[in-house]
Design a protein around this ligand. Structure first.
Ligand code: AMP
Ligand code: FE
Ligand code: FE
Ligand code: ZN
Length: 296
């Protein structure tokens, strides 16, 4: 038996093509938030797929970027530094991607430290609620699941599976920590204006993430009004119709288009993997041009 697949899966790119003719995945998570891959593993995976580029966009943290950039240089993969910021618009969770931020800036790091602490406080409150409902889970169980990452509900879900309170991550969300479940606690949320302002102040490019999935139609319109530079039109949770609508919206508002797999390395339901949603390199080139303009 050959140790490698004889025929590459169709979405594996051709390494003989120059980067401009290959694909970029502009949305992926690492173990610094709720992804399972280390930054190095993510980049190695991108290399195996012959992607031209991969963006690292962890939830509310830039802590994995340096390692990803180093790995990218080693493997000849362009790593796009990014972050995915949690916001609230019209009472629903909205995510805004920030690319090319000046991520070594001290004020920026202090700001993300605050968000990190707020996430921990929120997870502790969820643990208290769970305990009040008779679930025997402790903060150290969640901390262990997070392993030093910016903690989120996926880590709480994992802890619930590990202490055998539920059989699966899906069940943890359904029974306990999903939006309408008894131990759900809303996150500290920035307004879209705050997040977009923060990204632009730090010379980054702001893009509304997976606008097709927001539970209220007004939510992505509010982020567009808040001044995002682009719209993520291609995402695994988008229907073809969502993508069509977003392309049209971007055209009308003269916004950039992006797309990506939102790979969590198998932690998220549906197990979408790196490179399953990509965009041609020219979309990244446009993003990069705007990023450069902001920095000059
Ligand atoms: P948080 O940002 O802490 O509120 O957690 C939201 C994250 O949980 C999302 O980014 C997904 O990664 C994950 N998630 C949301 N709903 C589910 C679900 N039903 N099953 C598994 N993961 C989920
Ligand atoms: Fe996530
Ligand atoms: Fe998201
Ligand atoms: Zn994401």
């Amino acid at each position: 038996m050959p140790s490698r697949p004889v025929r590459a899966p169709r979405h594996r790119g051709d390494p003989r093509l120059p980067a401009e003719d290959r694909l970029a995945d502009l949305h992926a998570h690492t173990c610094f938030s709720d992804g399972l891959f280390t930054p190095e593993q993510l980049v190695e995976r991108a290399r195996w797929l012959n992607l031209a580029a991969v963006a690292v966009t962890d939830h509310d943290t830039v802590a994995g970027l340096e390692r990803a950039l180093v790995a990218g240089r080693r493997h000849g993969i362009e790593v796009v530094p990014g972050v995915e910021m949690s916001c609230g618009a019209d009472g629903v969770d909205v995510h805004i991607l920030g690319y090319y931020l000046d991520f070594a800036d001290r004020d920026l790091l202090a700001f993300f430290d605050k968000l990190f602490a707020a996430r921990e406080q929120r997870a502790r409150t969820m643990v208290e609620k769970l305990r009040a409902h008779g679930v025997a889970v402790d903060w150290p169980d969640v901390a262990r699941a997070a392993g030093g990452a910016a903690v989120g509900r996926p880590h709480v879900a994992q802890a619930l599976v590990e202490v055998r309170a539920v059989p699966s991550l899906e069940e943890a969300f359904r029974r306990w920590i999903g939006y309408d479940s008894p131990a759900y606690v809303p996150k500290y949320r920035l307004s879209p204006e705050e997040a977009v302002g923060f990204i632009k102040e730090h010379r980054g490019v702001a893009v509304v993430a997976h606008p097709g999935i927001y539970r209220r139609e007004s939510a992505h319109l509010l982020t567009i009004a808040a001044g995002v530079d682009g719209i993520e039109a291609w995402h695994p949770d988008h229907t073809p119709d969502d993508t069509d609508r977003m392309i049209e919206l971007a055209r009308k508002n003269r916004l950039l288009l992006t797309g990506g797999s939102d790979c969590h390395g198998g932690r998220k339901k549906g197990k979408v993997y790196l490179g399953e949603v990509t965009v041609p390199y020219k979309y990244l080139a446009a993003l990069k041009r705007l990023g450069r303009r902001r920095r000059n």
